[in-house]
Ligand binder design. Structure first.
Ligand code: TYM
Length: 375
């Protein structure tokens, strides 16, 4: 849990304008250096826009994974989702990058759907969280993962893979540590207090399943760090390798600086939003533009504070498109309305592609379940 005068970041709440350097300091995670980025690119034989544009910016223990890649030792990827609602564009950002890691390094991904978590910490029936787990999985699969690459774990259904590890984790964590780490109080239900053991358990699962040391690399938004700080603290005691992490910044809300959040629908673009809704939301987004057309032409806008520009950075891979938008905005060559229309075209194309592939995923979802591959 990180609290500052200007911002709050917990796994359940992000508020205010996050100062990412400060947050990294408060969490005690390392900033990704240019050398780190170059090293990953060299080993991958490719570059990813989220890495080279600084979206992924901090880590724990990345050097360990790099050492394993260089020495061709086993490792795996791990990430997840708390299925409490439809997915928005922010959620899929770390997953798009995870897919690239899967392909470039030929590693498997363990993906946890924490339907139990969302039941315990939100006002949501368990059945509904479970239904969202299946629905959100369709979008995940639609990002292009193959069944041999992605092992889907749904907590309430696949608990037998996790429970033995979770009780060992639980015995290493005191109530006071969990309360302090997650900001729980005496009125927090005991299920919520136990839940972190399950998110930590998946980090150790590949080692159990393969019967050999298999550290995980966890690409995720930085709000998830508290779990993995605890996981690293107790790994040695349990005889597991420490999980490593790679954290991204948040895609901002369309209306400003806060994280895009499912609880404020007008500020977020959902994967299932229809084209008109996407258009309306983008057209209402906050920009770094001048108050009038004339001033924009004369003085140019400020892409560095513009939410629309941040979306170009996040979802448009082609550097030449993104740098042209930047230059045209600064010089007053483009007006905000025109720029938003260009973004809209990119975003609806992305959403249409995902939605088409979601439909195909319905028939094959079972082949992604961990139970179809591991005993
Ligand atoms: P959840 O469902 O809150 O979020 C899923 C993933 O999306 C990231 N995220 C964002 N990334 C960029 N911009 C945003 N606006 C944005 N909003 C959300 C989150 O950081 C996360 O990576 N407890 C977890 C589920 C989980 C998990 C994991 C997540 C289980 N095991 C391992 C990461 C890694 C949760 O509720 O995530």
């Amino acid at each position: 849990m990180a609290q500052d005068q200007a911002f709050t970041v917990t796994p359940w709440e992000v508020k205010g304008k996050v100062d990412y350097r400060r947050l990294a300091e408060q969490f005690g995670v390392k900033l990704l250096t240019e050398e780190d980025v170059k090293m990953i690119e060299k080993l991958a034989g490719d570059s990813h826009h989220l890495l080279r544009r600084g979206f992924f910016y901090a880590h724990r223990g990345l050097e360990n994974i790099i050492e394993r890649i260089v020495n061709r030792k086993r490792w795996a990827l791990y990430t997840g989702r708390g299925p409490s609602a439809d997915l928005h564009l922010g959620h899929i950002l770390p997953w798009m990058f995870t897919k690239w890691l899967c392909d470039r390094f030929n590693v498997e991904l363990f993906f946890e759907m924490t339907d139990d978590e969302k039941f315990l910490v939100r006002d949501l029936p368990l059945e509904e969280a479970n239904r969202y787990a299946y629905d959100n999985a369709l979008t995940l699969i639609a990002l292009g993962f193959r069944p041999d690459q992605l092992h889907l774990i749904i907590d309430t259904e696949d608990i037998r893979y996790l429970y033995k590890i979770a009780v060992k984790v639980a015995k290493c964590l005191t109530l006071s540590t969990v309360k302090h780490t997650f900001g729980f109080t005496d009125s927090t239900n005991v299920g919520a207090a136990f839940f972190p053991t399950l998110q930590i358990a998946v980090a150790f699962l590949p080692t159990e399943l393969y019967g050999e040391e298999c550290p995980v690399l966890i690409p995720a938004g930085i709000d998830q760090d508290p779990y993995f700080r605890l996981a690293r603290d107790i790994a040695d005691r349990l005889g597991y390798p420490k999980p490593c992490t790679l954290y991204c910044k948040f895609v901002p809300a369309l209306t400003g600086e806060e994280k895009m959040s499912a609880s404020r629908p007008e500020t977020a673009i959902y994967i299932l939003d229809d084209d008109n809704t996407v258009k309306r939301k983008i057209m209402n987004a906050l920009t770094g533009g001048q108050p009038t057309k004339e001033l924009q032409r004369k003085l140019g806008g400020n892409p560095d504070v513009c939410v629309v520009y941040k979306y170009f950075m996040a979802y448009v891979e082609d550097d030449s498109v993104v740098s042209k938008i930047y230059a045209d905005c600064k010089s007053g060559n483009i007006l905000c309305g025109e720029c938003k229309k260009i973004l809209y075209e990119y975003i609806v194309k992305l959403l249409h592609d995902i939605r088409d592939r979601r439909e195909k995923a319905r028939d094959v979802i079972e082949s992604y379940r961990i139970s179809s591959k591991f005993r």
